[in-house]
Design a protein around this ligand. Structure first.
Ligand SMILES: C[S@@+](CC[C@H](N)C(=O)[O-])C[C@H]1O[C@@H](n2cnc3c(N)ncnc32)[C@H](O)[C@@H]1O
Length: 424
């Protein structure tokens, strides 16, 4: 950390350097909020004083990271991914314990879900270990405490909670047999992580982190993931990141909504297991783009959830209208795209087209691989609300996937400008 005086650009540059965070993807206001919180916590009057403080105190850099990261996660997020993993490992045989990596693991829901899925699939405790890594010490502390509230349990099927959790003060705690399968470590995807480098992993989850990186950093991250993954390993990314692996030598396993990849030269385990399964389709993000409208109530340690309304939409959605939209988002989150689209269309019929309903309809087309329809609806949403951050972000990703780099860059610039305008 050298030079700089404490301008907004200095902080954005520092965060990019430390954890790869692109201010264009997350929105400058998210970074501003984090800086304001840390300045208040350190009782410093302005950004220049805070910059000087940061240069002298390494610990404060970690505090800033903890404050700025987006910890949004829940149990069995994108549930098909876990089926892809158990299927992949079953086909490998069990000569030695399998090594799985969840990076980033956030507050622990993902690695614990992996452990539950493998136990449910009949793997014994000696058969596998889940290493869980995150750059946020605060998220790791939460993960190790392992007490989860409502916000961590989404989706219709919560039978896993009855099987693997006990009720406790403040929520639910995974049983020891689940917790003992997971080992947490502090680490950064963009830097070597000691133990992780020594032996490659059979399965690597890197979901919903790459979306926060710019293109160059995404490339570096993919290289790091390549080094961590065994030659015949399985890589899982988030829905909004599913266009990336194929640009870096991976092939989809063709399992719908699993977002699972093997190296292009290696056999796609799931596809082989089920010849004639659906053709691979790229599935874009159903996750709210980083730092944007969250669809659910905030949980502890989720400081940015719901912080920002969709850009340019001034009026809150009335209750009745909100029901259809909430149902649409919930269904989309759970991968029920048809239901999501019907709910959003119902909303549009009853209340007239709104940026949000058009955006959700676009999202469902995007998820089903219909890029032309998706782009059309995103553009309609942007026509009504030119500053709709999620529509901008998803359209940007879509154009990027299609190779329209000029169009994607133009949208990235619009997003960046938006971040600087004070939208919080
Ligand atoms: C949105 S959560 C994703 C959690 C989980 N993988 C999922 O998909 O539900 C993003 C996480 O990435 C972590 N993170 C951000 N930058 C990182 C980096 N460079 N290395 C490791 N973790 C990072 C954050 O601390 C946060 O916990």
């Amino acid at each position: 950390m050298t030079g700089g005086t404490g301008s907004a650009r200095d902080f954005e540059g520092l965060l990019q350097e430390m954890i790869g965070l692109s201010s264009a993807s997350v929105g400058a206001s998210v970074i501003r909020h984090a800086l304001a919180r840390r300045m208040a916590a350190c009782a410093l009057p302005d950004l220049h004083a805070y910059w000087a403080h940061l240069t002298e105190h390494r610990d404060e850099r970690q505090e800033l990271i903890d404050c700025v990261v987006v910890p949004e996660t829940w149990f069995f997020r994108d549930p098909e991914a876990f089926g892809a993993v158990t299927e992949h490992l079953r086909m490998r045989g069990r000569g030695r314990p399998f090594r799985l990596l969840s990076l980033p693991c956030s507050t622990g829901e993902e690695p614990y879900s992996v452990a539950m899925a493998l136990l449910d699939a009949g793997f014994a405790k000696e058969d596998f270990i889940v290493e869980a890594v995150d750059v946020s010490i605060r998220n790791l502390a939460y993960a190790q405490r392992a007490i989860y509230g409502r916000n961590s349990f989404r989706g219709a099927d919560l039978a896993f909670r009855d099987r693997h959790f006990e009720a406790c003060d403040g929520g639910f705690r995974p049983h020891d047999r689940v917790r003992h399968q997971v080992r947490f470590t502090h680490g950064n995807l963009l830097e070597p992580i000691g133990f992780a480098e020594r032996q490659p992993f059979d399965v690597v989850f890197c979901r919903n982190l790459l979306i926060y990186f710019d293109r160059e950093t995404q490339g570096r991250a993919m290289e790091r993931l390549g080094a961590l993954l065994a030659p015949d390993g399985l890589l899982l990314v988030g829905p909004g990141e599913s266009g990336l692996p194929s640009l870096h030598g991976y092939a989809s396993t063709r399992r719908p909504r699993a977002f699972a990849f093997t190296r292009a030269a290696a056999p796609a385990a799931a596809a082989e297991a089920k010849p004639g399964t659906l053709r691979a389709r790229r599935r874009p993000s159903l996750v709210p783009a980083p730092g944007l409208t969250a669809t659910r109530p905030p949980a502890p340690l989720k400081p940015f959830a719901r912080r920002m309304p969709p850009g340019g939409i001034a009026a809150p959605v009335p209750d009745a209208a909100g029901d259809d939209l909430a149902a649409a988002r919930d269904a989309a989150d759970a991968g029920r795209f048809g239901e999501a689209r019907r709910a959003a269309e119902r909303h549009a019929t009853r209340h007239g087209p709104s940026p949000e309903s058009l955006y959700v309809i676009g999202l469902t087309h995007d998820a089903e691989g219909d890029a032309a329809q998706a782009a059309g609806f995103y553009r309609k949403a942007l026509y009504l609300a030119p500053e709709h951050r999620e529509a901008l972000a998803h359209l940007r990703l879509l154009l990027q996937r299609q190779g329209d780099h000029a169009g994607a860059s133009a949208l990235a610039r619009r997003l960046a400008r938006l971040g600087g305008k004070g939208d919080a």
